[in-house]
Design a protein around this ligand. Structure first.
Ligand SMILES: [Zn+2]
Length: 544
């Protein structure tokens, strides 16, 4: 959950306030990559924060135009005959490169009953291919087919209505588990990761969110062809190796991140209440009952629908020459068979006509959050929301910080951000605050509403507008920082906007946001009937 440009403003306050509410690869899948990902995310977040504090804004002035011109010269984009898009950015500073494979599928594409399926591919990502990670694929393939047949029989019996035969269920479950144990004997654990390791690869990782799935790592430049082979083999077809073991890992991930954390449950409930029709109301990690039932066959169908070349964008950034890299990428990724374009989501969230509220009573840290429906990222006012997020949340001059934390001393932290839970479709702009001791969520609600009313009733100052513009440029520089973050930004922007240049144009769009735009959007969007509010009241302190 860390794609640079579109996520930056949303993920920063959210991560800071709520810790890491994001998905990480399971512990059985490559060992320790979760921790690595956390470092990666927090590293980026903190890095940019520090940058903002110490670098004067004039450094960033004109950076955007200059950078766009210089990137134009160093960037090559090509759509292959099968529909896959490749991007190569030459950056010969060190003899390494990073890549990012952006797959235009996230939890929003999941069918009812199959929530959590998109995220399964993150867990399956580096399990190997028909040649890597297996002792004998011919034998393994037959065993995996047996696993699936046994699972489908077990699943059908246990869900039989009006009643299933308990003895039969137990026997079928045993057959399934025995088949898994047999298939497991053919697995060469972590072979894919070890090949990457042995060849100098670092930071192998993947992530899933409501909009997209991403895969990435970095390698020495002289391993480009090996990487192209490995990545295209992976993309050719999925192997459902240890699928049900990983499903259990995800179940555990859900228990740890959502079910056993009040804040996790609150966010899940907030989204479920805010989105009654659109799939943004469903958790990325999946509902527990879906995680207990969906099959490898369901995953295979999902993959066939969404992992077609037309849905894939691969960016390579580093010490590579486009003239040499392009033919290599074309040779390997061009092997993927062309497939039909995946269907678009047809359900729009209907207009909301009244405020919805969720109150969770816990002996846990209280918190207040409220979300307002807003249009998608292609909306003409998209940059206005980014400007409001920045104005309300960034740094010690942010309005919510000054009012709730510094002056009124009601909150330990407070902010407002956009992009919840994704950006591709109409989503939420969320305000939140975590109270200081003895402060009730209702007091935070009142204080946040006072700040929202100020947005509606008076225009922002010249200084504030200047800061918003300067920080947008600094954020751009931050996103261009490492090969990896640039690869993520490039592929994401290319897919989302149809042009990687949008990374730079977004800064220009924020430059054009006027005081009146901010006031107009606040007046239209931050209204009671469009609000879903959720809070945790501390029941131990008489919150009932
Ligand atoms: Zn996971």
């Amino acid at each position: 959950m860390q794609s640079k440009l579109p996520k930056k403003q949303s993920s920063v306050p959210w991560l800071r306030a709520f810790g890491e509410y994001k998905l990480e690869p399971g512990a059985t899948n490559g060992g320790g990559r979760g921790a690595e990902m956390k470092r990666h995310v927090l590293g980026c977040v903190l890095g940019v924060g520090l940058f903002l504090n110490v670098v004067p804004s004039f450094v960033a002035r004109n950076a955007c135009a200059q950078d766009l011109a210089s990137f134009e010269k160093r960037t090559a984009v090509k759509q292959l005959a099968n529909g896959l898009t490749v991007i190569v950015v030459e950056r010969p500073e060190a003899p390494v490169f990073s890549y990012f494979t952006h797959v235009n599928v996230g939890a929003a594409q999941e069918a009812m009953g199959q929530t959590g399926l998109a995220h399964m591919f993150e867990h399956m990502a580096f399990k190997g291919t028909d040649r890597i990670g297996t002792k004998n694929f011919t034998v393994e393939k037959t065993l995996l087919e047996k696993v699936e047949k046994a699972y489908l029989a077990f699943d059908a019996e246990r869900r039989k209505r009006p009643s299933s035969d308990a003895q039969k269920v137990a026997a079928l479950e045993k057959t399934w588990r025995d088949a898994m144990a047999e298939a497991g004997k053919q697995v060469v654990a972590n072979e894919f990761g070890e090949i990457v390791d042995r060849n100098g690869g670092v930071s192998l990782n993947a992530f899933t969110n409501a909009d997209e799935t991403g895969y990435f790592y970095s390698m020495p430049s002289n391993r480009l062809e090996l990487w192209a082979y490995l990545e295209s083999e992976r993309a050719k077809r999925p192997i459902m190796r240890e699928f049900y073991t990983e499903r259990d890992v995800v179940m555990e991930e859900r228990r740890m991140r959502t079910d056993s954390r009040p804040i996790g449950r609150l966010i899940e409930q907030l989204l479920a209440a805010a989105f009654t029709a659109h799939p943004y109301g469903r958790p990325v990690v999946g509902w527990p009952s879906d995680l207990k039932t969906f099959s490898a066959t369901d995953a295979q169908k999902f993959w066939e629908t969404h992992y077609t070349p037309a849905n894939l964008t691969v960016a390579v950034v580093g010490d590579v020459k486009a003239s040499e890299a392009m033919p290599t990428l074309e040779a390997y990724f061009g092997r993927l068979p062309k497939g039909p374009k995946p269907p678009e989501i047809s359900t729009d969230e209907p207009a909301q006509f009244g405020e919805r509220t969720i109150v969770v009573r816990e002996t846990a840290q209280p918190i207040y959050a409220e979300g307002y429906h807003r249009p998608d990222v292609l909306d003409k006012d998209d940059a206005v929301y980014d400007a409001i997020s920045d104005l309300m949340s960034t740094g010690r001059t942010a309005r919510l910080y000054r009012a709730l934390v510094r002056d009124k001393k009601l909150a330990a932290t407070s902010g407002g951000f956009t992009g919840m839970p994704g950006r591709k479709y109409p989503h939420l702009f969320v305000f939140y605050a975590i109270p200081t001791p003895d402060i009730k969520p209702q007091q935070l609600r009142v204080a946040i509403h006072e700040e929202i009313e100020k947005l509606k009733n008076s225009v922002v100052t010249d200084d504030e507008l200047q800061m918003i513009r300067a920080r947008a440029k600094m954020r751009l520089l931050g996103s261009l920082g490492s090969n990896q973050s640039l690869a993520i930004s490039m592929a994401t922007a290319q897919q989302r906007y149809g042009d990687w240049r949008e990374i730079f144009r977004r800064v220009e769009r924020i430059d054009k946001v006027s005081k009146e735009d901010i006031q107009r959007v606040a007046r239209n969007v931050f209204v009671e009937s469009n609000r879903t509010a959720a809070w945790i009241e501390n029941s131990a302190k008489g919150g009932k």
